[in-house]
Design a protein around this ligand. Structure first.
Ligand SMILES: Nc1ccn([C@@H]2O[C@H](COP(=O)(O)O)[C@@H](O)[C@H]2O)c(=O)n1
Ligand SMILES: C[C@@]1(CO)OP(=O)(O)OP(=O)(O)OC[C@H]1O
Length: 326
């Protein structure tokens, strides 16, 4: 998943998402031509529908989420543009638009940023990246659906429109650190999977799931620091989890903690293993980086004959994970 800007290929989907996010409100403002006006506004960069202020989250499936923002100066500029483009042609729509812009600007300072629209499937990811990279002090948002903003510690303000709730938050976040550790025995007749990558080996790890100790350590480091839980509490030894991929479990944990405003920002891991692993370092860290959405480093140790792991008894993984809380 990567962030990009509006282009000829994605503009149709971007406009659709922006419209759908506040459909009820835009229909009241623009009438039956709402989608058409928003599309035109985007094409001509009429504030607050400005292409350069639109961040698009895309993957191989296409556009997944969109975040559109505007500054106070851009809203001001929007006055004249809307008057000339809409106001003269369609007086009621132009006048309504100006009224709304005035209301939006009422308690909006120069250091504030206004989120015009946040829509799609991965809104949490996009909002986190936006807050982390923002140079502005405060984010203001008017929304029909407050759930996400409440989860992200936004505070409710007095409403500016009958249909919209106003929320705001300082652009800050803090970092927490989690620790994770796991050991499983090495046995005949099992696959060896570490960080979701199958390792060429005569021996594999025994366990109820696929026994991927590296994913288990990462899961514990995330669950502990975010939800005060551990892997067994979320994935018990039941039929559903028998033989289950631990990378898939890690994916679910990342999605769950993201929804509560927690985002891994780095992970550093150590594996003690008698089986040489350094040729797999890049493949494992790439796979984990895709799932965690942050840099992942991995070191391998033999134990130099001191630990049970040195005698082929098992493999141990440890990790420290930093997590941003917005
Ligand atoms: N399972 C392992 C263990 C070690 N390595 C590589 O060997 C280096 C030396 O390990 P020591 O435990 O003897 O310090 C280590 O830095 C790794 O590059 C490995 O690939 N797989
Ligand atoms: C993951 C679970 C569940 O399949 O089983 P195992 O693969 O045995 O792994 P463990 O590290 O003992 O963690 C807890 C279990 O509930």
């Amino acid at each position: 998943m990567q962030t990009t800007t509006v282009n000829e290929k994605n503009i149709g989907k971007v406009v659709e998402l922006v419209y759908e996010e506040k459909q009820e409100f835009y229909d009241e403002l623009f009438g039956k031509n709402a989608l058409k006006y928003i599309k035109e506004a985007f094409e001509y960069d009429i504030p607050p529908f400005i292409k350069k202020n639109c961040i698009v989250l895309e993957d191989q499936k296409g556009v997944r989420a969109v975040l559109l923002y505007a500054t106070k100066a851009e809203f001001r500029h929007g006055y004249q543009r809307w008057f000339s483009v809409l106001g003269l042609k369609i007086i009621p729509v132009g006048a309504k638009m100006i009224y709304i812009i005035e209301r939006i600007l009422m308690d909006f300072s120069i250091d504030d940023l206004y989120v015009v629209s946040l829509a799609g499937e991965f809104k949490e990811q996009l909002l986190y990246r936006f807050i982390k990279s923002s140079r502005y002090k405060k984010i203001i948002v008017d929304t029909l659906n407050s759930d996400l903003y409440e989860r992200f510690s936004f505070g409710e303000e007095k409403p500016i429109h009958a249909k919209l709730k106003r929320f705001s938050k300082f652009c800050d976040y803090h970092t927490l650190t989690g620790i994770g550790w796991d050991t499983h025995p090495l046995v005949q007749g099992r696959k060896l999977i570490l960080g979701g990558v199958q390792i060429d080996s005569q021996l594999g790890l025994h366990g109820h799931s696929d026994a991927d100790v590296l994913c288990h350590a990462l899961i514990d480091s995330l669950l502990g620091v975010t939800l005060k839980k551990d892997i067994g509490a979320v994935f018990p030894e039941n039929d559903e989890n028998k033989g289950r991929s631990s990378l898939e479990m890690l994916e679910l944990v990342v999605q769950t903690v993201n929804k509560s405003g927690f985002f891994p920002s780095s992970a550093d891991c150590v594996i003690i293993s008698p089986i040489k692993l350094k040729d797999y370092r890049e493949k494992i860290s790439n796979r984990l980086e895709n799932v965690l959405g942050c840099p992942v480093s991995i070191k391998f140790k033999t134990g130099n004959g001191v630990y049970p792991e040195s005698e082929m008894k098992g493999i141990t993984a440890m990790c420290v994970t930093n997590v941003d809380k917005v």
